[in-house]
Design a protein around this ligand. Sequence first.
Ligand code: ADP
Ligand code: MG
Length: 252
Amino acid sequence: MRAVYAIANQKGGVGKTTTAVNLAACVAEAGYEALLLDIDPQANATISLGLGKGDTDTVYDVLIGSASLTEVIRPTGIERLSIVPAGPDLAGANVELPRMSGSETLLRDALSAVRERYAFILIDCPPSLGPLTVNALVAADRVIVPVQAEYFALEGLAGLLDTLSLVQRELNPWLTVAGMLLTMHDGRTRLAQDVEREVREHFPELVFDTVIPRNVRIGEAPSFGKPVIHHDPFCAGADAYFDLAKEVAARG
Ligand code: ADP
Ligand code: MG
């Protein structure tokens, strides 16, 4: 496995953070060292793992050069899972990064010092295609694109794919799409079935077989500061994220 995955989609609320947290937790549960990088100023991944926001150095300190990545890596309550927290200060990076030349590779450069320590590094991106997401795409080997199984699901995906091509051409020729992931899928509704069919027709080969169901346990787990596999290991949501981890590992 040993790869860096960016979880990206410029739309908010599609399941990026949920996927980043739960996939990282499943990998750790399977016995691998995992690192989750939260680069969204909203710090939802940080909070979902029970860490407070704003009480430690964050990835922002790494980007502006006031701390090394090793200094900001924190353990989580979960064995083998570490996190680089985000905080509201990170919003400033959206203004500061474009003013620094070569800033697109800051995250990649920072990660190079710790890459070998982890089997699996996941980057939870903010809901935009701004400089933070570009940093993630430059640092990553592969991208996972969560797609909410709702109307307008395909909207914006063309823009995301354009950005991926641009990054591949200019900054990171090794970047590939690991897959698109249907999330919050409610199998009882005709709409979810239609959206799934449409996304699979549009992007054959690219969509993960695993579909993440809409599941109450997944939604409530962050309020307990836990991934769903620790909140309720036997619910449908936990099963789905375990399946996804297997599929991601199998795709290499
Ligand atoms: P993003 O990071 O793309 O903005 P989130 O992962 O934060 O999206 O998800 C948006 C909201 O939907 C959150 O409140 C989250 O708990 C909830 N959610 C995500 N996936 C599911 C799911 N499969 N079932 C139920 N609720 C979910
Ligand atoms: Mg998020």
